[in-house]
Design a binder for this molecule. Structure first.
Ligand code: G4P
Length: 538
């Protein structure tokens, strides 16, 4: 096996998706604990505050042991090189999360045993499903009362449309779980009493499934309940089929409790065995295999001012093929230029470090002097191509944004421009309104608060935000390519006529009903939910 292939086979690059509060942070922390990347979990302060003040967003991110803005964590476990891509834990829908999912090879979906499948989980799941990546489920908070395991599996199948195959099954009744039955190994794992609130990795005892000792330990009632459930699963449950797991049509499901470490190690080990190593990617030149010796990567995230002391801006790339070497020269497809990749960084728990090499599946942070955009491709100079475009999300919330102090117009424009490049917001200009104010579109309202906060803290600009009543944006074109202006478009005043960053006309309207009127009264009009050259909206 080539050295490159050996490295690829070790890589597991995935995201953890969940509704806020299901336990993503806790599980991530525990995976780091088992991976030896941190030595004491649970030392992170209460995260409750995080949800109260959005304005404390960056501050809080910094205080947390695992910074959400660090975006990616790499650690080793049993010979595997693991890359966890963190999806921001905001309550709100965020495009950022979706872009992150473009860079992973599999996903771990956390479900709170008491709450079942929640709204945000559904949205995130949908994106994973569309990419057809394998999805693994961790049903969390089994240390307390929750829905019955069989009911939860049923709910996953009904609500998400994916059958669940329990890899292990909790032993116990109504939240008093003593361990799990491992269906693959046909053995019972009983957990030692946790007296550390999950700060330390947990010990467990292994028994064969028919051991007499087990009945003594767990009691006849628990033993019988387990037998009943297992029989039901064997008779009526899904059969395990790895090819269905690989195509995202069956989700291996693990029961556990991230807080008390119950089932975490078992989950990690089984997950690593089943999760795919870096997958090939589609490009303008066909499929790019990770094992192709020639380097390629794409930018999936841009984040400015991660380190306030340095005011730097990082572009995160996912390596897709070949070996990455520090100071290598690569071709930047979108700019058609050769660039040198100096000072690449990787992230381990809280620390960043400069790295010399990286492999497919790895995520590397590059200093970005403002040249990168989301979705950009980097390749070896002797094999030029572009990876597929990222999906664009039609904005649904709009606000007029202007600087309070007109003297600060320059910083204001710079800040707005950078945040647009990061993909945090979409920018529109109202025809005739000049550069005094912009119309900003987002997919969720939280992004406005983040925008306001970041313009203030990073660019020193106070802004006035005026929410607009629109919820739908449509890019416009006449069939005969006649120019669209507020006067050639009938009913333009029923919404707000704006131009996007490429001067393409866009109409913002309040609802589908207004849209219907515009459609009826402009028979030659073509309306699109995303810019015309990008047809891949979700
Ligand atoms: P998130 O990143 O998905 O938003 O969730 P997070 O890990 O922050 O967990 C949300 C809350 O759920 C936290 O409680 C956390 O301690 C708790 N939690 C996580 N895993 C488990 C589990 O396995 N069992 C139980 N019972 N609780 C769990 P909190 O009160 O908001 O914060 P804290 O004071 O505990 O830090």
């Amino acid at each position: 096996m080539s050295a490159l292939l050996e490295e690829i086979n070790k890589r597991r690059t995935f995201a953890i998706i969940s509704h806020p509060d299901a336990g993503k942070t806790t599980l991530t922390e525990k995976l780091l604990l088992y991976g030896g990347a941190i030595h004491l979990a649970g030392s992170i302060k209460s995260r409750k505050t995080q949800r109260h003040a959005v304005s404390d967003w960056m501050e809080i991110e910094k205080q947390r042991g695992i910074s959400v803005t660090s975006s990616v964590l790499q650690f080793d476990y049993n010979g595997f090189k693991i890359n966890i891509l963190d999806t921001p834990g905001h309550q709100d829908f965020s495009e950022d999360t979706y872009r992150t999912l473009m860079a992973v090879d599999s996903a771990v979906m956390i479900i709170d045993a008491a709450k079942g499948v929640e709204a945000q989980t559904k949205k995130l799941f949908k994106v994973c499903r569309e990419r057809r990546i394998p999805i693994f489920t961790f049903v969390n908070k089994l240390d307390r009362y929750g829905k019955a395991p069989l009911d939860l599996m049923d709910e996953i199948e009904k609500v998400l449309g994916i059958p669940a195959y329990p890899m292990n099954f909790p032993i116990g009744i109504d939240g008093k779980y003593l361990g799990v039955f491992d269906r693959q190994k046909d053995q019972i794992e009983l957990f030692a009493e946790d007296t550390t609130h999950g700060q330390l990795a947990r010990n467990s005892e292994i028994f064969s499934s028919d051991s007499k000792e087990v009945i003594e330990k767990i009691g006849q009632e628990n033993f019988d309940a387990l037998q009943d459930d297992l029989m039901l699963l064997d008779e009526a449950g899904e059969k395990f089929d790895k090819s269905k797991v690989d195509s995202g049509d069956l989700t291996p499901t693990f029961f556990g409790s991230a807080m008390t470490n119950f089932g975490v190690q078992n989950f990690l080990e089984e997950f690593l065995k089943m999760a795919p190593s870096p997958a090939p990617r589609m490009s303008s030149d066909g499929i790019i295999d990770p094992n192709d010796e020639k380097f390629s990567a794409f930018v999936f995230k841009i984040q400015a001012n991660m380190n306030p002391a340095h005011r730097d801006r990082l572009a995160f790339i996912r390596i897709c093929s070949g070996k990455f070497e520090r100071n290598m020269n690569v071709w930047h497809a979108q700019e058609d230029k050769l660039i040198k990749l100096s000072q690449p960084q990787q992230f381990l728990a809280q620390d960043r470090q400069i790295i010399d090499e990286a492999y497919p599946g790895d995520i590397v942070g590059l200093f970005d002097p403002g040249i990168f955009g989301i979705g950009d491709t980097l390749t070896d100079q002797s094999h030029k191509f572009k990876f597929e475009d990222f999906p664009i999300f039609p904005p649904e919330k709009f606000a007029r944004v202007q600087a309070k102090d007109t003297m600060k117009r320059k910083q204001f424009a710079k800040g707005i421009e950078q945040l647009t490049q990061e993909g945090a917001i979409q920018l529109f200009n109202q025809v005739g309104a000049g550069t005094e104010s912009y119309i900003v579109g987002t997919v969720g309202t939280l992004q406005f608060e983040v925008l306001q906060y970041r313009l203030k803290s990073e660019y020193g600009v106070d802004v006035i935000l005026t929410m607009q009543p629109f919820e739908v944006a449509r890019w416009l074109k006449f069939e005969d390519n006649r120019k669209i202006t507020p006067s050639t478009l009938r009913g333009a005043d029923r919404g707000l006529f704006v131009l996007d960053r490429n001067d393409q006309p866009v109409l913002l309207v309040e609802n589908e009903w207004s849209l219907g009127w515009i459609r009826e009264n402009n028979p030659q009009l073509i309306l699109n939910a995303v810019p015309f050259e990008k047809e891949t909206a979700l």
